[in-house]
Design a protein around this ligand. Structure first.
Ligand SMILES: NC(=O)c1ccc[n+]([C@@H]2O[C@H](COP(=O)([O-])OP(=O)(O)OC[C@H]3O[C@@H](n4cnc5c(N)ncnc54)[C@H](OP(=O)(O)O)[C@@H]3O)[C@@H](O)[C@H]2O)c1
Length: 435
């Protein structure tokens, strides 16, 4: 696979063999992220197509089915109606439906089994971030995707943020050179942990949930010619769960990479899900990257728009919104759409999957599959460093709940791929293979 294969494909409109083909998609999980970034794609199908492929939502599997039922009830008479399944056999029944691709948008610790089942059924899978929680799980999914000749990908929509694309361009062009440290933060409102995620928050932490966006941004923007070296983490408890429990309010992750010239680069990523609900933006999010010759300071909330409406801001809608992520707009030609990089990242997966299946003669499918799998921004095979960080942070926080402070995870040392070191000198080899 050469980068020319990819570049040859990018700028051109999709060239499908079958006109107005219906690309059939299923969803496992039907929560906040589906509402924000998937439903706008299916809704827009009445107006627009991906190339000449119409992407339709055919089936949904969820835990209780309650949120899907509400959505189904809101559809008008002419809308295409997906089948809804819930309960113990929901996933099996979804996979009995005639589908091309399935997206998994269940809570963080429920991605793996669903994704494996989708791949084994021969469908392409898109997994919401964090893809999976351990390298063993990642290995199993990648092996299964190889065997079944399908795509297995993950959504990191911050890579589609125009500011982050520009950052990567300046790094790639050598304008900003040699990153040596950085700081990122993403703080979510208390309503997320108290209401939205209350069913699955126990035993979880906000770093696995959202810091992964920044782990990926750092890994993808400044890599791949460096090595993930060490991971550390600290956190606070006592608001979402008990002070000595395993549910975390806030987490501070520190990751260290080593450049080819042996100089290290260190990044701190701070997250929480206990921000006041009346904060002027939905989430606070900011990055700072320091280079040998420059500084990049980015704020994903304060993008220059500030809106105040008596009695409505900041509760009903926010004072400093991030319209780049997702916003309903009336286009200059009168059409009402929802657009933004959150939606773009998901739409792009359907384009890639449809290209594999229908973008040319069947005998060339292996070549198209290999081309789409070479996209390091979303392919599971390129998610190793992020999953390694997730696995390390989960293990460090578990150690902390057992009273062990100051544990650190080393990457690719003489003892193994992921090695947890405690202050008392004891070690655990968490992943023997190479990260
Ligand atoms: N790309 C991003 O930036 C982004 C942003 C937010 C979230 N996410 C990720 O997306 C995933 C979902 O987050 P969310 O915010 O949508 O969560 P959410 O609002 O809590 O929704 C979770 C959904 O999963 C369903 N579900 C739970 N357990 C299930 C199971 N065992 N089998 C099938 N369905 C199950 C729930 O069913 P019921 O409706 O019946 O309860 C619900 O529909 C998480 O991994 C999260 O980290 C990504």
């Amino acid at each position: 696979m050469t980068s020319d294969d990819l570049l040859a494909w990018y700028p051109k409109p999709m060239n499908f063999t079958s006109p107005a083909l219906r690309y059939r998609v299923g969803l496992v999980g039907f929560g906040m992220i589906v509402e924000e970034t998937y439903l706008p794609i299916f809704a827009s199908q009445r107006h627009s197509k991906l190339g000449n492929v119409v992407v339709t939502l055919e089936a949904v599997a969820s835990r209780t089915g309650a949120r899907f039922a509400k959505y189904a009830a809101s559809l008008d008479a002419i809308a295409h109606r997906p089948a809804g399944f819930h309960g113990d056999r929901a996933l099996d029944r979804l996979l009995e439906t005639d589908l091309h691709a399935v997206a998994v948008a269940t809570p963080d610790d429920r991605h793996f089994e669903a994704a494996l089942a989708v791949i084994r059924s021969g469908r392409h899978v898109l997994i919401e971030k964090p893809s999976v929680l351990s390298l063993d799980q990642l290995d199993q999914l990648c092996t299964a995707a190889d065997e079944h000749q399908v795509l297995a990908k993950v959504v990191y929509h911050k890579l589609f943020d125009p500011d982050h694309k520009r950052l990567r361009t300046l790094v790639s062009d050598g304008v900003l050179s040699h990153v040596n440290s950085g700081y990122c933060t993403l703080l979510e409102p208390r309503s997320i942990s108290a209401d939205q995620f209350s069913e699955w928050i126990t035993g979880r932490n906000p770093a696995t949930y959202v810091a992964v966006h920044y782990h990926k941004l750092i890994d993808f923007t400044f890599g791949p010619r460096w090595k993930l070296t060490r991971i550390m983490a600290e956190g606070q408890r006592g608001v979402v769960g008990p002070v000595d429990g395993n549910t975390w309010d806030a987490v501070m992750v520190r990751i260290v990479y080593t450049h080819p010239d042996h100089r290290e680069a260190t990044f701190d990523i701070h997250t929480n899900w206990v921000n006041p609900n009346n904060f002027p933006g939905y989430v606070e999010q900011e990055v700072q990257f320091r280079f040998d010759n420059g500084l990049w300071l980015g704020h994903q909330r304060k993008r220059g728009v500030e809106v105040t409406v008596e009695g409505r801001t900041p509760e009903e809608f926010k004072t400093t919104p991030n319209h780049h992520y997702n916003a309903e707009v009336i286009e200059p030609w009168g059409e009402r759409t929802r657009r933004g990089y959150g939606i773009e990242a998901v739409r792009r997966f359907f384009e890639e999957a449809a290209h594999v299946d229908f973008g040319g003669p069947p005998e060339d499918r292996p070549h198209r599959l290999a081309t789409m799998r070479s996209c390091a921004y979303n392919d599971l095979a390129a998610d190793r460093n992020v999953v390694a960080i997730v696995q390390a942070v989960e293990a460090i926080l578990t150690e902390r709940t057992r009273g062990q402070c100051g544990t650190c995870v080393e990457v690719n040392s003489a003892l193994g791929g992921l090695v947890l070191r405690r202050l008392d000198g004891s070690i655990d080899v968490m992943y023997p293979g190479t990260v």
